[in-house]
Design a protein around this ligand. Structure first.
Ligand SMILES: C=C(C[SeH])C(=O)N1CCC[C@H]1C(=O)O
Ligand SMILES: [Zn+2]
Length: 598
């Protein structure tokens, strides 16, 4: 009867979970081998292993579906069965699954091997997105060099993937339907396990948009002062190539010539890292030290043996985009990133190590629960550490910043610097998946990919392309995650909830007291707080075994994602920006672009 069926189900799930762990381990090893060394052989092997594992999963899924798990009493057992009942892309017939995998591998390979020629030396044509194009956007203030580099990169890494992207969309939508979703959009939204996820995402945007609009207006004014009225208009969108980043997703690199109080000492972490002879390894060890100071786990020996922390110089092609890997055997965890000694990579290393920390905290859970409470949680862990590390107080502890004033102006400069990374990023992230939801749902067809992409970028982000665009271009794929089939709402959510987590951890660490000007949220550093670390560890140990509101409640007492954390953190900046934009008479928002892109 039911009790016996449930006992049999429990036994089955234990075996299934063990087999699934082995299959995922094999699949992950083959993917790692391909992405860390892009050769025909490794690509072929990755495809073969992925197809074999898909067939194994399909067989196991048929057996899973013979159990009447909907009627089980044990909630936890039901949750495991519910998760295993979603077969994912393995539900595709083998030939369609092969077409999906090959479309994605084609895009990944195009992106990873794309190179452009240097603006000043057209015979030098081995510039990759990392590190060369990234460095040009970090350093150059020549609008012509930036425009050329922007156009060349989007031509080399975006346009060639358009056909593959359409194939990927069609195959992935087939898989979605086989899993009971109308399209991939509903599948991705389903990962957040709420009935109104899409509305919640939209509500978060309305909460933060006023703050973004003030940042946008202020930055546009200072770019106009720098580059002149002809290049940066008074009331239009901002040209995307002038914002210090090839995707205009964060604007940190315009901070040095746009900040509120230029006479205050600068906080150039990159220069400090270089002058103190930081290496990639030293950056990694510093990040590890932060986690250990919180009584969280250090990195296992295997991590140091098998990670790739610098771009190999043996001429191989590889996917440089930073990533953290769980090999699902409870002991093999790796980072692969092409570290250079910059403030950005100092943060990225904490970000990636945050993923590894989450893997370590849930490594003994059933395989099916070894995931973030929702995808945004996984992206938030490392950033929480960076929020503490980025404070002048902590940078001084590390000797990366000389002593300086702690006055209001310096605080505004610091908040502005953080805003160029955290506030500015929100509409960028939101747009990437609003675009893809439209594509997966068919409201954006192949003949208007680029038009709709730029309409969204103009409408939410207030940026425009540096030159006219057409449907011969496919600018979205010039962003890694679009070419690599990586959902992006996870970052939008992370940049909201990381401030809710930070606020709770800072209270636990005694570093933040609401209303106390000497205990500002933006000056909080949780370093060495085992109280904070233990509370965070407890949340991470849940993995995806519980709906994410339970995990969030465990740490913050809240069951809702809301922008109260980010708005509280940036309140002094918001007040200052409104006053400053009022003072200068800067137009808030933007009029339609004059650039032809549809
Ligand atoms: C560092 C990673 C690997 Se999960 C990343 O892709 N991030 C981290 C910040 C946003 C996003 C990006 O670079 O677009
Ligand atoms: Zn990440």
């Amino acid at each position: 009867e039911r009790a016996a069926e449930e006992a049999a189900g429990r036994e089955f799930i234990r075996t299934l979970d063990d087999l699934t762990g082995r299959a995922k381990n094999r699949k992950t090893i083959a993917s790692w081998d391909y992405e860390s060394n892009i050769t025909e052989h490794n690509r072929e092997r990755q495809l073969q292993v992925a197809l074999e594992v898909a067939e194994e999963e399909k067989e196991l899924w048929k057996e899973t579906m013979t159990y009447l798990w909907h009627e089980f009493e044990d909630e936890d057992l039901k949750r495991m069965f519910q998760k295993y009942s979603k077969l994912g892309t393995s539900a595709l017939p083998e030939d369609l699954n092969q077409r999906l995998i090959e479309a994605i591998n084609n895009m990944k390979s195009i992106y990873a091997t794309a190179t452009i020629c240097d603006y000043n030396d057209r015979s030098k044509c081995n510039l990759y997105v990392e590190p060369e194009v990234t460095n040009i956007f970090a350093q150059s203030t020549d609008p012509e060099e930036l425009k050329y580099t922007w156009l060349e990169w989007h031509k080399a890494a975006g346009a060639p993937s358009k056909g593959n992207f359409t194939e990927y969309v069609n195959m992935n939508n087939e898989a979605a339907k086989l899993n009971g979703y109308d399209s991939v959009a509903e599948w991705w939204l389903g990962e957040y396990e709420e009935p109104d996820t899409e509305e919640q995402f939209a509500e978060l945007w309305t909460q933060v948009k006023p703050l973004y609009d003030q940042m946008h207006a202020y930055v546009r004014r200072h770019l106009r002062l720098r580059y002149g009225e002809d290049i940066v208009s008074a009331r239009g969108p901002i040209p995307a190539h002038l914002l210090g980043n090839i995707w205009a997703q964060t604007w940190n690199h315009v901070e040095k010539f746009t900040r509120p109080y230029p006479e205050k000492p600068d906080v150039d972490v990159t220069a400090a890292l270089l002058s103190q002879n930081y290496t990639a390894l030293k950056i990694f060890k510093t990040a590890e030290d932060f986690f250990k100071s919180l009584n969280l786990s250090g990195m296992p020996d295997l991590f140091w043996e098998r990670s790739i922390i610098e771009k190999p110089n043996d001429g191989r092609d590889l996917v440089c985009h930073a990533s953290a890997w769980d090999f699902f055997d409870s002991e093999d965890f790796r980072i692969k990133q092409c570290t250079t000694i910059t403030s950005a990579f100092f943060k990225t290393t904490h970000h990636e190590m945050g993923h590894i920390q989450y893997y370590l905290q849930y490594k003994d859970l059933p395989v099916v629960y070894r995931a973030g409470a929702n995808p945004g949680f996984h992206e938030a862990v490392g950033d929480i550490m960076s929020l503490s590390v980025s404070t002048p107080k902590h940078l001084r502890v590390m000797g990366l910043l000389e002593d300086g004033p702690e006055d209001l102006e310096s605080n505004i400069n610091q908040l502005y610097k953080m805003g160029l990374e955290k506030i500015v990023f929100l509409p960028f992230a939101y747009v990437l998946d609003l675009f893809r939801y439209g594509v997966f749902r068919g409201t954006t067809s192949e003949s208007d990919y680029n038009c709709h992409f730029w309409q969204l970028r103009e409408s939410l982000q207030g940026v425009e392309p540096p030159a006219p665009r057409s449907e011969a271009d496919f600018d979205a794929a010039a962003k890694y995650h679009i070419s690599a089939d990586v959902e992006y709402m996870r970052y939008y959510i992370s940049y909201i909830i990381q401030f809710q987590f930070h606020r709770s951890l800072c209270q636990l660490a005694g570093e933040y007291v609401p209303g106390d000007p000497d205990k500002l949220l933006s000056n909080c550093d949780i370093y060495n707080s085992t109280a904070a670390g233990n509370a965070l560890g407890k949340m991470l140990q849940l993995g995806s075994s519980k709906p994410w509101p339970d995990a969030m409640e465990a740490l913050t007492g809240q069951r809702k994602m809301d922008a109260s954390g980010v708005l509280e953190y940036f309140q002094p900046l918001y007040d200052w920006l409104k006053e400053e934009n009022e003072r200068t008479g800067e137009y808030i928002g933007w009029e339609p672009s004059n650039v032809q892109y549809c």
